[in-house]
Design a protein around this ligand. Structure first.
Ligand code: 13P
Length: 249
């Protein structure tokens, strides 16, 4: 059975004090939910975030990780370093990593392989750009992103994969995919996984939608049968908005 998930990707926002303040407020206001709730602060604040959430069910996850175990990779963070401070889930493949840091499908495949080999959970992000949708190429783009970075994963490893469909044109723009567009793509993703693996893997993987999810549109998006939750950017930076989105699930 797939789980419902609401995750906040804080990106490069919130210093140490701001992180503590937001987490304290979130922990205090967290509604009763069977959904998994996750936050991804910046690397430098992961350890303190884990400590502040010691008595909370809110999980702390990483925004990225490197594929190598260790070595001469200035500025990078390894899976072992994350695991060593109690972080067992990493976002991989965010469109901002692809666009601004040159992360290709090939690099992402290596990151996925490393994370799964270490028994970490991967929240794999993918999604088409505006031109792809305008030229009706969005299904092809998504299928190839999945195939190139994920489809060499063993069937048994899919239990540690969470998918986050984030159309690039909806990220930080205020323009959300309509609930119907999200549902259509999520159903397509399950069909693509069924063809590459089987229906059981496709039906058990949680697929989150990301891109301008707000309290005002969350209920409608989350009500779609193949949408299992959200990866939230801007609205995750305000406790009341994030809590409202968690309530929507
Ligand atoms: P926004 O919710 O700000 O559009 O960001 C979405 C996102 O990129 C989450 O990873």
């Amino acid at each position: 059975m797939r789980t419902k998930i609401v995750a906040g990707n804080w990106k490069m926002n919130k210093n140490l004090v701001e992180t503590e303040t937001l987490l304290t407020e979130l922990a205090a206001k967290l509604p009763d939910t069977t959904a998994e709730v996750m936050v991804a602060p910046t690397f430098i604040n992961l350890v303190s975030a884990k400590q502040s959430l010691d008595n909370s069910t809110i999980q702390v996850i990483a925004q990225n990780m490197h594929f190598a175990d260790s070595g001469a990779y200035t500025g990078e963070i390894s899976a072992d370093m994350l695991l060593n401070v109690g972080i067992d889930t990493a976002i991989i493949g965010h469109s901002e990593r692809r666009a601004y840091f040159g992360e290709t499908d090939e690099i992402l495949a290596k990151k996925v392989t490393t994370a799964l080999a270490k028994n970490m959970r991967v929240m794999f992000c993918f999604g088409e750009e505006l031109e792809d949708r305008k030229s009706d190429n969005h299904f092809n783009v998504v299928a190839s992103q999945l195939k190139n970075a994920l489809f060499s994963v063993e069937a048994s490893e899919w239990k540690n994969i969470i998918l986050a469909y984030e159309p690039v044109w909806a990220i930080g723009t205020g323009e959300t995919a309509s609930p119907e567009q999200a549902q259509e793509m999520h159903a397509f993703i399950r069909k693509t996984i069924t063809e590459a693996y089987d229906a059981s893997i496709a039906n058990n993987v949680s697929i989150l939608y990301g891109g301008s999810v707000k309290p005002a549109n969350a209920v409608e998006i989350f009500s779609k049968p193949d949408v299992d939750g959200g990866l939230i950017g801007g609205a995750a930076l305000k406790a009341d908005d994030f809590v409202a989105i968690i309530k929507a699930i």
